[in-house]
Write a protein that binds this ligand. Structure first.
Ligand code: AMP
Ligand code: TRP
Length: 328
């Protein structure tokens, strides 16, 4: 069975973009791959996080992993900081990464452009830690949304560089992005991706949003004045985004939705989109409440970390031996 690994960095609450672009796909993959899913809590702290809030977001994310259908019998679920090899290999790979390639990472460029001071060194070396996450487990595939593809490609380059220098050590990973929904856009500005940094504005639907609030966000989504329903990301980004959301959540092909809506108004389309989104959220939230009430999360994480520690420690030792830092 091929291995697959992915992580989510819950600096805020999980939203519809993270669900469609990532989480939902992990669930579909768990039957066909040996899947590792973790919460990237070390990646969260490249910016200051209020500790109590971070704790809550981490717990909620694990509960949402389970609520969305990840099954601890089928996949390994763990917290990054419970597996020390991530930070350890992260350092060794930081020492294989060049300043030039790290400064070319789009996420670093965008995030560091937004603020002038207080940019941490962690934000810069973030992709080397992410490479460690992936390479420790010999992951063949890494399912991610569009924004993370570049980081997986860097992991692949670092793996190849290391193999060249020290001999065959790492599997070269490949990013896997969904055909539909790899980049869900903000409802209030469909030229930007839906993101938790949208904060409380109307552009982002959180998985734990009140259903009425979520419905309102869809009904007030920014569209255009062309008055026709087409999948045309360039000229009709708002409508195309709604079509992608509907298609991803209902599995109905986009062309079929477009055909059904010929001659109809945007209000009707939004209503169906809101129904589909609210049905999805309602199901997730019901399971989320069950997971929280079950009190099982701690045990699931403990078992996940145990398995992850075994595999990753072996790999770390191998790397240290090859590099000559391990002497016996
Ligand atoms: P994050 O919550 O930023 O750690 O992202 C978790 C996963 O969701 C990553 O694989 C992202 O690429 C994906 N993701 C985040 N935002 C979006 C979005 N707006 N559309 C599609 N995928 C997304
Ligand atoms: N950087 C990813 C994000 O922002 C989260 C992440 C950390 C990740 N380590 C990973 C994703 C390893 C895939 C594989 O979403």
């Amino acid at each position: 069975m091929k291995r697959m690994l992915s992580g989510i960095k819950p600096t805020g609450q999980l939203h519809l973009g993270s669900y469609i672009g990532a989480l939902r796909n992990f669930v579909n993959f768990q039957d066909d791959y040996e899947l590792f899913c973790f919460i990237a809590n070390l990646h969260c702290v490249t910016f200051y996080q209020e500790p109590q809030q971070l704790k809550k977001n981490l717990k909620d994310s694990i509960a949402l992993y389970l609520a969305c259908g990840l099954d601890p019998q089928k996949c390994t679920i763990f917290l990054q900081s419970d597996v020390p090899a991530h930070a350890q290999l992260g350092w060794l790979l930081t020492c294989q990464s060049y300043m030039g390639e790290l400064s070319r990472m789009t996420q670093f460029k965008e995030k560091s452009a937004k603020q002038t001071d207080g940019i941490t060194a962690g934000l810069f070396t973030y992709p080397s830690l992410m490479a460690a996450d992936i390479l420790l487990y010999d992951a063949d595939y890494v399912p991610v949304g569009d924004d993370q593809k570049q980081h997986v490609e860097l992991a692949r380059n670092l793996a190849a560089r290391f193999n060249n220098r020290y001999g065959e050590t790492f599997v070269l990973p490949e990013p896997v992005t969904p055909k539909i929904g790899a980049r869900i856009m903000s409802l209030s500005d469909p030229t930007k991706k839906m993101s938790k940094s949208d904060g409380i504005n109307k552009g982002c639907i959180y998985l734990l949003d009140d259903l009425n609030a979520a419905r309102k966000k869809i009904m007030s989504a920014v569209t255009d004045n062309l008055a026709k329903i087409n999948y045309d990301k360039e000229n009709q980004p708002g409508i195309s985004n709604l079509l992608e959301i509907m298609s991803a959540l209902s599995d109905e092909p986009i062309e079929s939705i477009v055909n059904r809506y010929q001659g109809c108004g945007y209000g009707q389309l939004k209503k169906e989109a809101a129904d589909i989104v609210c049905d999805t959220l309602a199901q997730i939230q019901e399971k989320y409440n069950e997971v929280i009430a079950s009190g099982k999360m701690e045990e699931i994480l403990k078992q996940g970390a145990e398995k992850a520690n075994k595999i990753s420690y072996k790999k770390l030792k191998k790397v240290q031996k090859k590099m000559g830092v391990d002497i016996f």
